[in-house]
Design a protein. Structure first.
Length: 583
């Protein structure tokens, strides 16, 4: 008997990219089989900085509140410390992740969601739970052995690692979410640029109550200039808090050519005590992990029916916190496209828009993360250990010297801190994507976009096609606030217009697509605009329209008024046909 199991989409890998893709597909009614050769979710904290844009995706997927429940809140994330030790002299506090008074307002203005710290071993169970409940069939201890692609689908051979038994799965599409050593990316021959394993970092997890040193200047990251741990590219010792303020990771770099350092628990304890600055601190070490600094990205992400994303296509260090965040956004971009193609709402051309939209983002974040690491050099250059005492005492004395040299050193430190804004408060890196592909129709009347501020550190809201619809606060029929993001998405296309957009609504309704809805912001009881927030942000006439994709990206816009039903229908059909390759 043929014991081939069938599914619509086979997702190989259950890390952040795989499980988010699986969840988003299942919410659209697509049958998904997801496998992982691991026994369960991430067993170490790994990625943790969770951007507002990621939280917006989780909001769209219905799990924002659950994610918040396992998170370290925003107001405890941010005063990144640069010091000699947790008890020693401070060199600087670096407000990060939009938590500082100088930038917090920008972040709050631009999203309905919080910035959060959610270690990977806490977010993955939330995602897996939601995926399972949405109907994804999940099998751990299961490895992809090989697969073949034909015109109609993919046939994959899986091996169950406990029994050794093999299984054949037939699917319409295969998603390679199998991480940095992706077998899928290799098999379909995705081209890569860059290099791997430039440097190494050793992480040790430990428990110790450090509240008294941290709670008054809360932060999840603390950097130390300390000769014992100042090795490797960053050259600073790290304490990262995973549970305020009693569970921590201590990290320091090592040179790859020296191999993984073989340090005993006693030595690690001594180093942690040095970073904290308390010689007899009680510490319980409970885990160790090693990771390497990579700088590699794929320039193509798919071949026909096979798609890769997450670490399978971009490999980089944690600086800037772009790992998990980029995985989630790759998934949000890809899932609706597969769902629409699978259900016949779209032609196969839609699937070809994944690479032009996400490959440039992969390259951008790999280069950004690596640059953020290298930028620590500017801080280290401000540490002048010359003098008669020990290096730490000298460095602090030189930084505080009431001399011309001291003034120059402090000016240099200010420049170095400004450079780190591109890591700590890189709101533009997170939110300024402008997709260029066949699933986006440029607005010829708009001209070149002019950036009012730094493209990496500052977000610019716009309804230009290719950008995410701006967040504006609306009011729903129950009087509660809701975001423009809440009236789009959820797997559907949305025609967004204003009070005067009646022709658009009639045109969209007349098409009878279950995946297309209309919202007339201001006029609709469930999307009123009493703050005039949308009025100020929409950049289109009240009788103009935006066509917003399921991932919240503006696919097309008509900036001018359209009053006639026929014209609205004609414009809308033409836009949908092009964006979805339906012609
Ligand atoms: P991920 O690697 O998470 O998942 C791959 C999945 O594929 C797993 O489920 C695996 O079992 C499965 N798989 C692989 N091959 C398979 C096969 N042949 N058959 C079946 N299943 C297969 N990032 C960051 O931003 N900040 C940080 O501090 C850190 N720290 C960190 C520490 C450590 C120790 C690691 C290992 C990684 C990090 N990262 C990180 C990186 C971050 O964890 C990473 O970006 C995401 O986990 C990538 O998610 P993916 O879903 O792409 O792959």
């Amino acid at each position: 008997a043929d014991n081939t199991n069938t599914t619509d989409v086979l997702v190989v890998g259950a890390g952040p990219f795989g499980v988010t893709t699986a969840l988003a597909l299942a919410r659209q009614g697509v049958r998904v089989r997801m496998i992982s050769r691991a026994p369960w979710v991430a067993n170490t904290p790994r990625a943790h900085i969770t951007s507002q844009r990621t939280m917006e995706v989780l909001r769209d997927l219905g799990i924002e509140e659950k994610a918040k429940h396992v998170a370290t809140p925003w107001d405890q994330m941010g005063d990144s410390l640069l010091a000699v030790s947790l008890t020693g002299p401070e060199i600087a506090r670096m407000p990060a992740w939009g938590s500082g008074y100088a930038r917090h307002g920008d972040y709050v203005k631009h999203s309905p969601c919080d910035y959060l710290d959610i270690p990977q071993d806490r977010i993955e169970p939330v995602l897996i739970d939601a995926a399972g409940q949405a109907g994804v069939t999940i099998t751990y201890h299961t490895e992809l052995v090989d697969f073949e692609v034909d015109d109609d689908g993919v046939t994959a051979t899986l091996r169950h690692l406990i029994s050794g038994a093999e299984e054949t799965v037939r699917a319409a599409y295969l998603v390679g979410a199998d991480g940095a050593r992706s077998r899928v990316a290799e098999k379909i021959g995705l081209p890569f640029e860059g290099h791997v394993s430039r440097a190494g970092t050793l992480y040790t997890q430990f428990r110790a109550d450090l509240s008294e040193y941290v709670a008054h200047r809360p932060s999840i990251l603390h950097w130390f200039f300390n000769p014992d741990t100042g090795v490797g590219e960053i050259g600073l010792g790290l304490l990262r808090c995973t549970k305020p303020w009693h569970e921590w990771i201590c990290g320091w770099g090592f040179l790859v050519e020296d191999g993984v350092p073989d340090v005993s628990d006693e030595e690690i304890t001594e180093r942690i005590r040095a970073l904290v600055g308390v010689p007899d601190l009680e510490i319980e070490i409970f885990n160790r992990m090693v990771w390497y600094v990579n700088q590699q990205w794929a320039t193509e992400l798919s071949r026909g029916r096979v798609f890769c994303g997450g670490d399978a296509t971009h490999r980089h260090p944690p600086s800037s916190g772009l790992g998990l965040n980029t995985c989630v956004q790759d998934a949000h971009n890809l899932a609706w496209k597969i769902a629409y193609a699978f259900k016949g709402y779209a032609g196969p051309g839609l699937l070809e828009t994944y690479t032009p939209e996400r490959a440039p983002v992969g390259k951008q974040i790999v280069l950004r993360a690596n640059q953020s690491r290298l930028d620590y050099q500017a801080i280290r250059d401000c540490i002048d250990t010359s003098g008669d005492a020990d290096p730490v005492t000298n460095a602090i004395a030189n930084l505080n010297a009431p001399t011309e040299e001291g003034i120059a050193l402090r000016a240099k430190l200010e420049d170095a801190l400004q450079l780190k804004e591109h890591e700590w408060n890189a709101e533009g890196v997170e939110k300024n994507h402008r997709y260029v592909s066949d699933a986006v129709i440029p607005d010829p009347s708009a001209g070149e976009e002019v950036w009012a501020d730094n493209i990496e550190t500052h977000h610019q809201m716009t309804t230009r096609p290719g950008a995410k619809i701006p967040h504006a606060w609306l009011v729903g029929s129950d009087g509660h606030r809701l975001s423009t993001l809440d009236v789009v998405g959820d797997g559907r296309f949305t025609v967004v217009s204003g009070h005067a957009g009646v022709a658009w609504r009639e045109a969209a309704d007349g098409l009878g697509h279950e995946w297309l809805r209309t919202v007339l912001i201001g006029a609709d009881a469930e999307a009123r605009d009493p703050y005039h927030d949308w009025y100020r942000k929409r950049e289109i006439h009240e009788a103009g329209a935006l066509l917003v994709r399921p991932d919240g990206v503006v696919a097309w816009r008509m900036p001018d008024a359209v009053w006639e039903l026929d014209q609205a229908r004609e414009l809308l059909v033409a836009a949908l046909d092009q964006v979805l390759d339906r012609a």
